[in-house]
Design a protein. Structure first.
Length: 198
């Protein structure tokens, strides 16, 4: 039995559904909103690589190392982006959350906060994780700020850790949250989602 079983997570008009080949056109359209593959610090597929991106995610699901979700609008099924559990280590009850990106029109809305709340709740309260982690490019300052807003703690920087799509070598900033930190983080996320937006 896989540590992360297929599940649909939903709240506030957003659904996270297991990524499938049927999401290909929707993912391509979401990535085209802002030409997100042009960003050197993200994992967004180029339009012609969308199917391969999904096939790779499905192979990683089969291997038990990554479980990808399509982030969709519940009312219409419109694909807004993608996010995943990855680097899944059942022996120490740890998952990381990443491979996350959204159409430009969804950025700086409730979508990411809602998706993270759903995934963190599932990780800590259903999968009984001890630790949830995040990693990001050292130049992806928006991602670092977003991770810190979740209540995650910065663990450090792994230097010379991975290749970017442009062939340069990136440093990776690592973050984590322990199970005991989750109740306070959850309360803060709910507060942020419930407060009026101006």
């Amino acid at each position: 039995m896989a540590y992360v079983e297929p599940v649909t997570l939903a709240a506030r008009g957003i659904e996270l559904v297991p990524l499938a080949l049927t999401h290909e056109d929707g993912l391509r359209t979401a990535a085209q909103d802002g030409e997100l593959w042009q960003l050197r610090i993200t994992s967004v597929p180029e339009p012609e690589q969308t199917r391969q991106y999904i096939e790779n995610a499905l192979a990683m699901r089969e291997a038990g190392t990554r479980f990808a979700f399509a982030v969709t609008e519940a009312a219409t099924g419109t694909v807004l982006g993608c996010t995943s559990y990855h680097d899944i280590v059942p022996a120490v009850r740890r998952v990381e959350i990443g491979w996350t990106w959204y159409a430009r029109r969804c950025q700086r809305t409730h979508v990411n906060t809602t998706a993270k709340l759903l995934m963190m709740t599932h990780a800590f309260e259903t999968l009984a994780c001890e630790v949830v982690g995040w990693r990001t490019d050292n130049f992806n300052f928006a991602s670092q700020a977003a991770i810190e807003r979740l209540g995650a703690k910065k663990d450090g920087v792994i230097r010379g850790h991975a290749l970017r799509r442009d062939g340069t070598i990136r440093d990776t900033v690592m973050y984590s949250m322990r199970r005991g930190e989750w109740p306070e983080a959850k309360a803060q996320l709910l507060y942020l989602l419930n407060k009026p937006r101006h």
